[in-house]
Design a protein around this ligand. Structure first.
Ligand SMILES: C[S@@+](CC[C@H](N)C(=O)[O-])C[C@H]1O[C@@H](n2cnc3c(N)ncnc32)[C@H](O)[C@@H]1O
Length: 245
């Protein structure tokens, strides 16, 4: 890969980011997928240190451009230098929120509403944020309103639990402190995917892997076969080379 290749630039830029918060193998898979489906408007819930944002935006660059809107709390680390180094600052809109992206999703729905209807804005949404039922279950229904027909939603960490997480932020530790032992030991994103996404009548392709869930909003007339095969290939490559803990 040459240095002018957006993925090569990202690979170099994200090399020092904390693992497993950022996984470059899966990040690249996301970027390749975004490029393949020709996404123009991407939403990310949970920016963290900015690793996945870099790959998603590089996918946009390779697909012809667009905008990544990435949301995190005010307390999240600054990612501006990383975006500059990765060469994708011009494609990225950073949104910060005092408490939760669910509130910012309300703003996005408001901004996209005319004549009492929400006009969908996004082609692709990556959810890698709160990892709990209340926040991400609700976020799913809000994102569904903002997702175009044929748009994709991807969940990370279907297996994640509060009980096994070694480094909770103070705010997440407070949330966990109010939970029952059952809640803390339940993979809550897995529950969101299994009980809300899979059962939602508005999604026509649903692919579930050990730690990732992919779903396509219905409404395109095409066969989803080729795209579904791509997801399988990307996940297979991820399983081969990835090292998700
Ligand atoms: C696992 S990190 C994101 C990692 C990043 N997507 C990557 O792969 O490089 C999760 C992020 O979600 C943020 N987060 C958790 N709950 C949130 C909420 N309710 N609203 C906004 N951000 C939230 C945290 O602050 C944290 O930075």
């Amino acid at each position: 890969m040459s240095e002018s290749d957006p993925f090569a630039l990202v690979e170099k830029a994200v090399a020092g980011l904390p693992h497993p918060e950022h996984d470059p193998v899966f990040g690249r898979a996301l970027g390749q997928f975004v490029q393949h489906v020709g996404a123009r408007e991407i939403l990310e819930l949970g920016t963290g240190h900015g690793g996945s944002a870099c790959w998603l935006a590089a996918g946009l660059r390779l697909g012809g451009g667009g905008t990544l809107t990435t949301i995190d709390r005010d307390t999240a680390p600054s990612i501006t230098r990383l975006l500059d180094t990765a060469g994708i600052a011009d494609l990225t809109r950073i949104v910060r929120t005092p408490r939760s992206y669910t509130w910012e999703l309300m703003h996005l729905i408001q901004a996209n509403t005319s004549d009492g209807r929400c006009n969908p804005q996004f082609d692709f949404c990556y959810i890698d944020g709160a990892h709990n039922w209340d926040t991400d279950g609700f976020a799913f229904f809000l994102v569904e309103k903002l997702l175009k027909p044929g748009g994709w939603i991807v969940f990370d960490d279907l297996d994640w639990t509060y009980a096994t997480c070694l480094h909770l932020s103070p705010v997440d530790a407070d949330v966990a402190g109010l939970m029952t032992p059952e809640e803390r030991s339940t993979p809550q994103v897995g529950g969101v995917f299994e009980l809300l996404v899979r059962q939602h009548p508005g999604f026509d392709v649903v692919r579930q892997f050990p730690v990732h869930g992919w779903a396509r909003k219905a409404g395109l007339r095409d066969s989803a076969e080729e795209t579904t095969r791509l997801i399988d290939d990307l996940e297979a490559a991820y399983a081969l080379y990835g090292s998700h803990a």
